[in-house]
Design a protein around this ligand. Structure first.
Ligand SMILES: *Cc1c(COP(=O)(O)O)cnc(C)c1O
Ligand SMILES: [Zn+2]
Length: 416
């Protein structure tokens, strides 16, 4: 275990626990837990230039800031995970009148979604605990990530997904040998079943937010963005650098709270001078989190999600408290995206930036356009869109945005 890790703090009551005192949520009130480290000591002992000059380009690059690391150093998908590309989208910059729009492209991770970061951290923790079966409830990507990263090890992935999970995501679990249960019900029903199964069978539960290690995996995207931005500067003056704005699609809220935490930790270490503003984008047809944001409190109603953007569809967000704090503490906002806007966003990102993402991910683009229209982002600002998943996993949804090919018999049917 990393000896900078102090333990966990409850997001609800603030109670603190030693690292091995807790497994999932707060024993007192069920609040989500957040890992805390000895940042003061780390700031004294660790040189950020030394960190960024480490040759290995993976999430494990940031070992001191991670609760666990895997023991093996073979070049496997687990040990090489991370360091997805960060690239500019000049056509979007021109269209939206912005100085810089960067895409952090996690559709390029091994299982083609951001969820690999969280699954990797949970797997490293399971290995440390000596537990051989890892269970997850998922709308698809978290499960596919777990299945892929367990492959070739002695770990078994057991998965609970809702019945309407897209085929591409199901295949991404089954092909790696995971055991997949298709739950008659919603994502949140699958979450409840996975929790009960872990209690009864002694499996380790990876479910998002409930397991505090998922956020620790996800924060690595924040570290990478800051390191890659600094590296891209013509004359690199700093080891890490924060953009003005980071835009993240939001369902359970674990990705936004994770990426936020990455920047917040760099700030606490004095390795960046400020936080970016976090703009979270939820599906209008999955409104539980957005309503809490509007009310200005941290309580969540259970409201059946009806969005076709499965990756951000949740009846009740599993990491909602931390997501709202990421937005509020950074001076950001939450914005809603309709299903039609996301479909359109898939096409725009594909046509103008060359990246084919899933509907949920396109919410980030919708948020960018709306934030710009609302005057929430100034022309001279630098924006990062966190891309979260590949469009190839849900072709049925994407086909609605893509249009149809033109059938021909000969060149006589072709009109240049
Ligand atoms: C899971 C997921 C999200 C949302 O992440 P949360 O932690 O649930 O907020 C966004 N996009 C894609 C593609 C996802 O798989
Ligand atoms: Zn508590």
């Amino acid at each position: 275990m990393n000896d900078y890790l102090i333990g966990f703090r409850c997001a609800s009551c603030g109670a603190r626990y030693a690292p091995d005192q807790v497994t999932y949520t707060c024993p007192r009130d069920g609040g989500n837990l957040d890992a805390i480290y000895d940042y003061a000591r780390m700031a004294r002992e660790l040189d950020p230039w030394q960190v960024v000059h480490r040759p290995d380009r993976s999430i494990w690059h940031y070992a001191e800031l991670l609760p666990v690391c895997p023991d093996a150093h073979l070049p496997t998908p687990l040990s090489t995970l991370g360091w997805s590309p960060l690239y500019r989208a000049p056509a979007l910059e021109r269209a939206l009148g912005l100085r810089a729009v960067w895409l952090k492209d996690d559709s390029r991770l091994p299982s083609a979604s951001f969820k690999d970061r969280a699954s990797a951290m949970v797997i490293a923790r399971a290995q440390a605990l000596g537990i051989k079966t890892i269970c997850v409830a998922s709308t698809g990507n978290a499960a596919a990530a777990l299945a892929a990263l367990c492959a070739g090890s002695d770990l078994q992935a057991v998965i609970f997904v809702p019945e309407h999970t897209p085929e591409g995501k199901l295949v991404g679990m089954l092909i790696h040998g995971a055991r997949v249960y298709l739950v008659h019900g919603s994502y949140n029903d699958a979450v409840a079943l996975a929790k009960e199964a872990c209690r009864v069978f002694g499996w380790y539960n990876r479910s998002t937010g409930f397991n505090p290690y998922t956020r620790e995996g996800k924060k690595t995207a924040g570290f990478e963005i800051a390191e890659q931005l600094a590296q891209a500067d013509r004359q690199r003056a700093v080891p890490f650098r924060a953009p003005d704005v980071v835009i993240v699609p939001v369902g359970d809220g674990n990705i936004i709270s994770g990426v936020y935490k990455g920047f917040d930790e760099l700030r606490m270490l004095g390795w960046v001078d400020r936080l970016p503003r976090f703009i979270g984008v939820t599906a209008a047809l999955s409104p539980s989190l957005y309503r809490a944001w509007q009310r200005g409190d941290e309580t969540f109603e259970t409201i059946p999600s009806r969005t076709i953007a499965g990756g951000i569809g949740t009846d009740r967000p599993c990491d909602g408290v931390m997501a709202l704090r990421a937005v509020r503490n950074s001076g950001g906002v939450l914005i809603e995206a309709s299903d039609e806007e996301m479909l359109d966003g898939v096409r725009v990102l594909a046509e103008s930036a060359g990246v084919f993402v899933e509907l949920s991910c396109a919410a980030a683009y919708v948020g960018l356009v709306k934030a710009r229209q609302m005057g929430l982002i100034a022309p001279d600002e630098e924006v990062v869109l966190q891309l979260t998943g590949s469009g190839f996993k849900d072709l049925r949804a994407a086909l609605r945005a893509a249009g149809q090919p033109i059938p021909i018999r000969s060149l006589a049917d072709v009109h240049p």
